[in-house]
Design a protein around this ligand. Structure first.
Ligand SMILES: Cc1ncc(COP(=O)(O)O)c(C=O)c1O
Length: 392
């Protein structure tokens, strides 16, 4: 029995929580949300207490990351992934989405191309265009029989003369892949061979579910990539305070870091004092809660995986990491499967948003009774779609 309560559902109605308002109503069960990546679990008590103490202090002026926050992150990163980074390599950002958009802005050539694997967390798709560049999308190999894989051959043949950067996501949203050391070292080799910068979004790194795998960070796996690397980390996903806005870019190369800082300053606000307090509490004291969370998520994952794969024609690969399930519903022959499922009271993310048509993404980080209710609705929606398909 965990000392933390993940089973009780709290009413988030009236707080503006987008997860609950987007497909509303936010205070009743007509629509259960399993889309955006935040969790329906209350904050870890140690983080809540740290925030309360900070609140009681009563001052919220412009604030810089303290040496104590930097140390907390550096020690956590080393303890988790054996990557020793220096304090002056860190640039804190108020979110990882701004972080990878800023990373694209460091490119000196305007109108360059930036490569990424798809399907991927959809703000990746637009970051090149947002920043005056062009995107090259290279799909991961997705087969029924095995987890998604990086297709290096396709990446090689898709390179253009003006390709300057690779945007990586590990653990990968939405496929849940956690890349191995071999895959990461091959990715680093690819970037070095073709002289590409690499921006590696590792926001989901504390969320490895597969007990036979662990997260490896590319800067530790391939130190030779350091001069080309912008690695992004955040505690906000794993410890569930995405709304506070918080992340850190680790940029070992001084020139690259100076360029990143130059585009950052004046454009992106400083981190909020509350988010820095939450971050430090998570990195210093959040491990027991995270371990209990992982145990709970593994059980939710097992339940979802079993039930999905029993449905005729529906296929879900085990998610190695994240709390997001990537479910192949293409056999239902629906144009917008998530929209179809909403009419059965369950809000999921549409795969096409991530460049994965025929899939839906299911966020299973919620109290188990809510998950069970959601799965029941999913099943009803699938059976109705099968009947409709077979009638036509
Ligand atoms: C891979 C990935 N990066 C970034 C984010 C969002 O980061 P932030 O809220 O810090 O901008 C998410 C949120 O789901 C994500 O999955």
């Amino acid at each position: 029995m965990s000392e933390f309560d993940f089973d009780t559902r709290s009413n988030r109605g009236g707080t503006g929580a987008v997860k609950w308002t987007r497909y509303g109503p936010d205070d009743r069960d007509e629509m259960l949300p399993f889309w955006v990546a935040d969790m329906d679990f209350r904050l870890a008590p140690v983080i809540q207490e740290a925030l309360q103490a900070r609140l009681d202090h009563g001052f919220f002026g412009y604030s810089e990351p303290t040496p104590s926050l930097n140390q907390a992150f550096i020690e956590w990163l080393y303890a988790q992934y054996a990557w020793q980074v220096r304090e002056d390599w860190l640039v804190w950002v108020p979110g990882i989405v701004p972080g990878f958009n800023l990373a694209c802005m460091v490119l000196e050539t305007q109108g360059a191309s930036i490569m990424m694997n798809t399907p991927v967390y959809y703000p990746f798709l637009y970051a090149p265009q947002n920043t005056g560049h062009r995107a090259i999308y290279t799909p991961l190999t997705q087969r029924w029989s095995r987890p998604a894989e990086i297709d290096f051959e396709l990446m090689r043949s898709s390179l253009a003369k003006d390709t300057r950067m690779f945007l990586a996501c590990n653990p990968q949203n939405p496929t849940g892949r956690v890349y191995s050391r071999d895959e990461l070292s091959a990715l680093a080799g690819f970037c070095i061979e073709h002289d590409l910068l690499i921006c590696s979004d590792e926001i989901h790194s504390p969320l490895v579910l597969d007990t036979k795998r662990e997260h490896h960070t590319i800067g530790e796996v391939a130190p030779e990539i350091e001069s080309k690397l912008i690695a992004l980390f955040a505690p906000s996903k794993a410890w569930n305070f995405a709304g506070l806005g918080c992340g850190v870019a680790v940029i070992p190369d001084p020139t690259l870091r100076a360029r990143f800082r130059a585009v950052h300053n004046g454009l992106v606000p400083m981190m909020s004092p509350m988010s820095m307090t939450a971050a430090e509490a998570a990195y210093r004291h959040g491990e027991p809660w995270r371990q209990a969370l992982l145990a709970y998520l593994r059980e939710n994952h097992r339940l979802l995986h079993d039930r999905m794969n029993k449905l005729p024609g529906i296929h879900m690969h085990a998610a190695q990491g994240t709390y997001l399930a990537w479910i192949d519903v293409s056999s239902l022959q629906l144009n917008s499967p998530a929209e179809w499922l909403r009419s059965f009271g369950i809000a999921l993310s549409e795969g096409s948003q991530f460049q994965g048509p025929g899939y839906v993404r299911f966020n299973f980080a919620c109290p188990r009774p809510m998950l069970q209710a959601g799965i029941n609705r999913f099943e009803t929606g699938v059976h109705a779609a099968i009947d409709r398909r077979d009638d036509t």
